[in-house]
Design a protein around this ligand. Structure first.
Ligand SMILES: Cc1cc2nc3c(=O)[nH]c(=O)nc-3n(C[C@H](O)[C@H](O)[C@H](O)COP(=O)(O)OP(=O)(O)OC[C@H]3O[C@@H](n4cnc5c(N)ncnc54)[C@H](O)[C@@H]3O)c2cc1C
Length: 347
């Protein structure tokens, strides 16, 4: 028997409307692209859900780290900035949330005897505590607290005579660099995307990378090449930053030969250190994790805990790709599984 929208709703229980106590079928934790799309999938499947995020805005990394960068690899979105993409996605998805709990950090989750969950929240500004009772949870917490990765050697060899904002991370908006001389360190997608966006605005851009080639799509390499040919970009391969002195970036090549580059800012695009560690105490209750990531079965997005699913950048499975399209696929799959599970219980 296939459940109707109404029966699915009744299994999901109801939102009581009391601010510090919510009871729901599905709690989606994290309002990045994975959580947003999971909320949409719940809505169109007739499952009631709450969407929770510690930030006061939706979009996770896209909004917090690269709002002014173009989004790549999302079908139907060509030449769109991350902020525009998130605005469109949020508009499509958040109407499906029975409750949207922003600015609420999940502090801990307890598994109850009947394999449902008590999620304890703390309001980030008022510190007021509340909780949500949910039958199913979808963990979509991305990379958790995002700490930009900057080489230790650079931090140690950074003399005090440098301007305080000299070292930066690519999360800052691109228009900040208009008319400035910048040195960018990195060789992956985030470095290349940043350089392609910033080069038309900046006075000069030097991109240095410790390896002899970049790790990105072929089309982006062509863009880099064009910028280089048009004199908008200087490339230094097999170079890394060894220190900073009086606003000069000191680089060394593989033969330890030094080059001094004069710049207004040195921008690191070396990714982030994650601080996921344990997911809300669930590891101690049977959630399998490795290296701060939640292990899931790619066929179902199920974790090792009953009724607990995980999607997006927080998950680990063979050949996992950390991109937006994977988030969508995983969200769709997790919600389908929850719906099937409820359906088989009702039949
Ligand atoms: C610089 C950069 C450029 C990128 N460019 C592209 C691109 O062009 N194309 C592409 O496909 N991918 C790109 N990516 C990758 C893409 O952004 C990610 O794969 C995607 O955003 C991950 O989404 P998510 O929802 O899994 O996680 P996140 O976006 O990290 O969202 C997780 C959310 O969970 C919340 N959260 C965490 N812990 C708690 C807690 N305890 N309580 C409540 N809330 C919590 C966080 O506040 C956050 O909002 C890029 C990534 C970076 C860093």
């Amino acid at each position: 028997m296939s459940p109707t929208k109404e029966t699915l709703k009744s299994v999901g229980a109801m939102v009581r409307g009391v601010e510090n106590e919510v009871e729901i079928g599905v709690a989606v934790i994290g309002a990045g692209v994975a959580g947003l799309y999971a909320t949409y999938c719940c809505g169109i499947s007739g499952l009631e859900c709450v969407l929770i995020d510690a930030l006061v805005f939706t979009g996770g990394q896209c909004t917090a780290l690269y709002p002014e960068k173009k989004i790549y690899g999302v079908p139907g979105f060509n030449d769109v900035l991350a902020k525009g993409f998130v605005e469109s996605l949020s508009g499509q998805c958040t109407t499906f949330a029975k409750k949207l709990l922003l600015g609420k950090k999940v502090e801990s989750i307890s598994v109850t005897e009947d394999d449902s969950f008590v999620i304890r929240l703390c309001d980030v500004s008022s510190k007021q505590q509340s909780h949500v009772n949910a039958k199913h949870i979808i963990v979509a917490t991305g990379i958790g607290d995002m700490i930009p990765s900057i080489p230790r050697a650079v931090l140690e060899n950074n003399s005090n005579d440098n301007p305080p904002d000299f070292i930066q991370h690519c999360c800052i908006r691109v228009d900040f660099y208009k008319g400035k001389n910048i040195v960018v360190s990195g060789g992956g997608d985030s470095a290349i995307d940043f350089v392609i966006n910033v080069a038309p605005l900046a006075k000069s851009v030097t991109l240095l990378h410790r390896r002899d080639k970049f790790t990105c799509e072929e089309s982006k390499l062509k863009d880099l090449d064009n910028l280089h040919k048009n004199g908008k970009l200087q490339l230094l391969l097999e170079h890394s930053v060894s220190g900073i002195e009086k606003g000069n970036v000191i680089t060394v090549d593989k033969n330890s030969k030094k080059i001094v580059l004069c710049a207004d800012h040195l921008v690191f695009c070396h990714g982030f250190l994650t601080s996921c560690g344990s997911v809300f105490g669930l590891q101690e209750q049977g959630l399998k994790m490795e290296g701060g990531l939640v292990e899931v079965d790619i066929n179902t997005m199920k974790t090792s805990l009953k009724n607990c699913y995980a999607i997006g950048d927080v998950v680990l499975y063979p050949n996992k790709k950390r991109n937006i399209v994977s988030c969508f696929f995983e969200a769709d799959r997790a919600v389908r599984m929850i719906k099937n599970e409820i359906a088989s219980r009702l039949s």
